[in-house]
Design a protein around this ligand. Structure first.
Ligand code: PLP
Length: 427
């Protein structure tokens, strides 16, 4: 069948992210509504991965759409250097109330990678401003923090960044903490901190998303953050994915006793409507830059920093977190995901099913090594698409991260398709 005009023109001009363009089969989507998106022929798809985990309250959520629509008539943008506006101020005040108590300052950028890039630059300059040479970053093996150079340097996931490796700075990578390796991880971690060379510890709290939703232990992670406090190492929680209800609580950090100095937010921040990143910091970080000495200024910013439309989307999304039904939905989805996770753990083609809150990952058994580059998920992707479900597996891991408005019927439909897919594999 001949490609539609939009497909042909897309093929002629667009370079899509994360796809090998030689064999990419790009699907035009022309409309979104709640849990669903629609293609050119009007075929409906359940968005089972919240469009790369950004969509929290459903596509074209009327409340957020309305807030944006009001804002575009008032002020679309103003430079954030030297100027401010009501939407950014309102958003910052609200975030100050819901992020950990010490965190009261918010630096704006455009996405998850830049939120982390800003955090890493702040951590390095924090020590520079104090006249101390601490330039190393510590992170978990399997962490993904984004695609800018700083965040790539703190990322270690399969061979994703091989071409850039000569240009990346040295980070220390340690095993994510599990009950079984607790003593070894704590010892290695403390040894590294004791060198006094580590500027900061950046971590994906509890769930390593891009690695296939690998999950680790909250108690030990909290101990690691505590050790950082002892050695005065700054802590950065990358809540880009885990923030805004994904793990069942507002932030994954809410599962831990020890809280970070810096928290990075994006994705669900605007409910999936607009590109916005926020690097949230406590006074300890902020005060290291607050000075009469100009050289201590944080010389970083983007043209669209603090965009009022993006901030209005974030304020709209936050309104919805103040409504009880959002939390009822998160609890309902979490329960369903936990039940299906238990069922999948019994399946003979499943290596492991992992679940926390609204997140479910089903790692399929495979002859090749389990990795981001494993091809196993490609067939699964096509199968689900033909059944009207958008799921973008990570290698051999099927991931279900739905918008919070998804119904039980639609969740059951996704589960049935996964079971059917597995039955076909058995045949
Ligand atoms: C934990 C985490 N950090 C950072 C990023 C990068 O965010 P963005 O794609 O908005 O740059 C992602 C994206 O998936 C992520 O999951």
């Amino acid at each position: 069948m001949k490609d539609s005009i939009i497909k042909q023109e897309d093929k002629a001009h667009i370079w899509h992210p994360f796809d090998q363009m030689k064999n990419a089969n790009i699907l035009p989507i022309i409309k979104g509504e709640g849990t669903y998106v629609f293609d050119e022929d009007g075929k409906k798809y359940i968005d089972g991965f919240s469009s790369w985990w950004v969509n929290t309250h459903g596509h074209c959520n009327p409340h957020i759409a309305n807030e944006i629509s009001k804002q575009v008539q008032i002020l679309e943008h103003v430079a954030f250097g030297g100027f401010t506006h009501p939407q950014a101020v309102k958003l910052s005040k609200r975030l100050a109330e819901i992020t950990p108590t010490d965190i009261q300052r918010f630096f704006f950028s455009d996405n998850g990678s830049t939120a982390n890039e800003v955090a890493l630059k702040m951590a390095i300059q924090y020590w520079h401003n104090k006249g101390k040479a601490r330039n190393k970053i510590i992170a978990f093996k399997g962490d993904y923090h984004g695609d800018t150079f700083g965040s790539m340097s703190a990322t270690q996931i399969d061979n994703m960044n091989t071409p850039f490796e000569p240009m990346l700075f040295d980070s220390v990578f340690i095993d994510p903490p599990q009950k079984e390796n607790r003593t070894a991880v704590l010892a290695t971690f403390e040894e590294e901190l004791a060198t006094n060379e580590i500027a900061c510890f950046i971590y994906e709290p509890l769930v390593q998303g891009a690695s296939g939703m690998l999950m680790h232990d909250a108690g030990i992670l909290s101990e690691l953050i505590g050790l950082c406090k002892k050695y005065e190492v700054l802590t950065i929680a990358d809540e880009v994915f885990t923030g805004f209800g994904r793990t069942g609580k507002l932030f994954a950090s809410n599962y831990m006793q020890e809280q970070p100095d810096i928290m990075c937010l994006s994705k669900g921040l605007t409910g999936g409507f607009m590109a916005l990143g926020i690097t949230a910091v406590n006074d300890k970080v902020y005060n290291a830059f607050y000075s009469d000495d100009k050289s201590k200024t944080f010389l970083h910013g983007h043209s669209y920093t603090g965009n009022p439309i993006a901030c209005s989307a974030a304020n709209g999304a936050l309104d919805l977190f103040e409504e009880e039904h959002t939390w009822e939905n998160i609890a309902r989805i979490s329960e369903k995901q936990a039940e299906f996770s238990a069922k999948m753990n019994e399946h003979n083609l499943v290596n492991e099913a992992r679940n926390l809150g609204t997140i479910l990952a089903i790692e399929l058994k495979t002859n090749e090594a389990s990795s981001y580059f494993n091809d196993k998920g490609k067939d699964a992707y096509k199968f689900f698409l033909s059944k009207g479900v958008l799921l973008r597996p990570l290698g051999n891991v099927i991931v279900i991260v739905p918008p919070y408005c998804i119904s039980n019927d639609d969740l059951d439909y996704i589960y049935t398709q996964i079971e059917d897919y597995l039955t076909l594999q058995e045949a």
